[in-house]
Design a protein around this ligand. Structure first.
Ligand SMILES: [Zn+2]
Length: 332
């Protein structure tokens, strides 16, 4: 997909510093008294990682049970937005740029009008590699612009994908956002972006094709009913900018979730794991009573017997009877 950029690089130069309402969007700083920001308690490795997010807090149950979870693989079954969102983000001389442990985040103000509802931009942050995939392909970088309904409800995440450019071109605003990223290598640290002019990015977002679906936050608490608008054609990213972001963000991509409306992958896996454990337990007990194929265990429902072997073919998990995926084999 290299070279498949819908917006030529020249657009980013020609429209720079035009129609820029200056200095009106800066938000108050979010730092603590000690000059740092709060760091996320979840992560992407070991028990802090996405397989165990629901285990970190009961507030995160949806991470393991939700059935419209994000991110997803975007293919022909996912529709594109019929109407473009209307976006306004004033220019700023600089904005707060912080490392919250789970990502790096820029605090800016802005508005988005979509499907007759008005939203406020709260922040934008980065994921590497991308969380969404298009026809299975991942991208090196994904930017999430998080908007909350001005009436207090509803979230729209505008997700912008980036692709490494073969000719060192890049998306100008990425460079300006991350120009001081070496100051926030340590989680909790805060620095400033360079001057931010969103004109070219907004022009691109107003004209490019956007996948649209209802999913969830891709981080705890994985709350659902989040509207995602995801760019179909990636913007360019040069290797130097990518590496500078990757060296600080490191890895923060939640694994691809199940197809929308189907069981949560963790729920599904848990059921299979319980089935395997029940089969193992039955074999253990059967062997413990002298290779007795008729050993009783609640989990065993049916067996088949060959001249030399007995196989467990069904196991009960709670009230559900399921075939065993592993063959539990009992002597002789
Ligand atoms: Zn995100």
């Amino acid at each position: 997909m290299l070279g498949n950029y819908i917006v030529p690089f020249v657009l980013f130069i020609s429209s720079a510093y035009t129609s820029c309402l200056h200095g009106t969007s800066r938000l108050p700083r979010r730092m603590n008294n000690n000059g740092s920001v709060e760091v996320s308690t979840f992560g992407y490795t070991n028990l802090q990682g996405p397989l165990n997010w629901a285990g970190l807090s009961t507030e995160n149950d949806a991470c393991a049970t939700g059935t419209i979870q994000s991110p997803i693989n975007l293919d022909g079954s996912i529709p594109t937005a019929a109407v473009a969102p209307q976006i306004a983000i004033p220019c700023v001389d600089s904005a707060e740029f912080e490392n919250i442990g789970s990502t790096v985040e820029t605090i800016v103000n802005g508005t988005l009008n979509f499907e007759k509802t008005k939203y406020s931009l709260k922040q934008f942050h980065f994921h590497t590699p991308s969380e969404h995939r298009i026809n299975e392909e991942y991208f090196p970088l994904e930017m999430h612009m998080v908007h909350v309904g001005t009436n207090g409800s509803g979230i729209v995440v505008l997700a912008v994908l980036f692709q490494l450019s073969p000719n060192s071109t890049t998306t100008e605003i990425l460079k300006n956002v991350t120009q001081n990223i070496e100051n926030i290598v340590i989680p909790g640290r805060v620095t400033e972006t360079g001057p931010l002019n969103f004109t070219s990015l907004i022009t691109y977002l107003h004209t490019t094709t956007l996948f649209q679906y209802t999913g969830s936050l891709t981080t705890p608490p994985c709350a659902e009913a989040v509207t995602f608008l995801v760019t179909k054609d990636p913007l360019p990213l040069d290797v130097q900018t990518f590496n500078s972001i990757k060296s600080v963000v490191k890895f923060n991509s939640r694994y691809t979730q199940n197809e929308l409306g189907l069981p949560n992958l963790l729920t599904f896996a848990a059921k299979n794991n319980a089935r395997i454990a029940a089969a193992d337990e039955w074999v253990r007990l059967a062997n413990g009573t002298g290779n007795n194929a008729n050993a009783t265990l609640e989990g065993k429902v049916a067996t088949t017997t060959s001249p030399t072997m007995t196989f467990v073919t069904e196991i009960a998990i709670g009230t559900e009877v399921v075939p065993t995926s592993v063959i539990a084999q009992i002597g002789p």
